[in-house]
Write a protein that binds this ligand. Structure first.
Ligand code: 6PG
Length: 227
């Protein structure tokens, strides 16, 4: 399926604008971890505050989590709380965090319950690791083949080396819009494989495509160097 790829100097800002649109419409948004998404969250709140946008009907989910308490500096929720949630004047209708502190088995089971009966998301945001991983789905891990379940526990395949909880590919792909946000020259090879290569378990990003919606990518020039 074709991906709409935008190459921009400031991908975080463009991503933030998309987040604003979906949040203002009361959408169900899946956030992810990583430094590039973090920059987008900061810009998102700046935009929401400067224009006075109401995000109180939106809901936030998480693609994955590290198995640490929410106040640990490695927590994806902790990062999103500091960069985004705590900086909003009005809270979203719901914030569905993964409970990393429960460990990968119980944490995944709890989030599975939270997701029961939830239909398609409106926007799933994904970063991309230099190894091609998305969320906490790592190259050649058996978790890539999990179907019929929304959430899995996993060992880490990338730093930080703590256990993980992750949405599965079918759950991430059940969305109206799936958006990759990638920056940095260390991602150039992964970007080419994930966005323009053949689907492969070696590159989890190549397997993430909105099942019935649109898939797009916003990348900076350095990350797009091998496209
Ligand atoms: C995580 C993320 C992960 C991240 C990529 C990109 O838990 O680490 O969910 O999938 O999005 O690793 O992260 P960077 O933007 O920091 O490279």
């Amino acid at each position: 399926m074709a991906i709409d790829i935008e190459i921009l100097d400031d991908p975080a800002r463009a991503c933030a604008a998309m987040l604003v649109g979906v949040a203002a419409g009361g959408g169900e948004i899946v956030l992810t971890g990583g430094s590039t998404p973090r920059a987008a969250y900061v810009e998102f709140v700046d935009a929401v505050r400067s224009v006075g946008i109401d995000v109180s009907r939106s809901a936030m989910w998480f693609s994955d989590e590290r198995c640490v308490p929410p106040d640990d500096e490695r927590s994806n929720y902790g990062m999103a709380r500091k960069a985004l949630l705590d900086r909003l004047d009005g809270a979203p209708a719901a914030i569905h965090r993964m409970e990393g502190e429960l460990g990968r088995g119980d944490g995944a089971a709890e989030y599975k319950l939270e997701l029961a009966d939830v239909g398609a998301f409106d926007l799933v945001l994904l970063g991309l690791g230099p190894d091609g991983h998305i969320a906490s789905l790592f190259p050649n891990f058996p978790t890539l083949d999990v179907t019929g379940r929304d959430v899995v526990g996993s060992e880490a395949g990338h730093e930080p080396f703590v256990d993980r909880i992750s949405m599965t590919l079918p759950r991430l792909c059940n969305t109206r819009e799936l958006l990759f946000l990638v920056a940095g020259e260390d991602k150039a090879d992964a970007v080419a494989r994930a966005l323009a290569g053949e689907p492969s378990h070696q590159t989890p990003g190549s397997l993430a495509r909105a099942a019935e919606g649109a898939t797009s990518a916003i990348v900076d020039r350095a990350a797009a160097a091998q496209l």
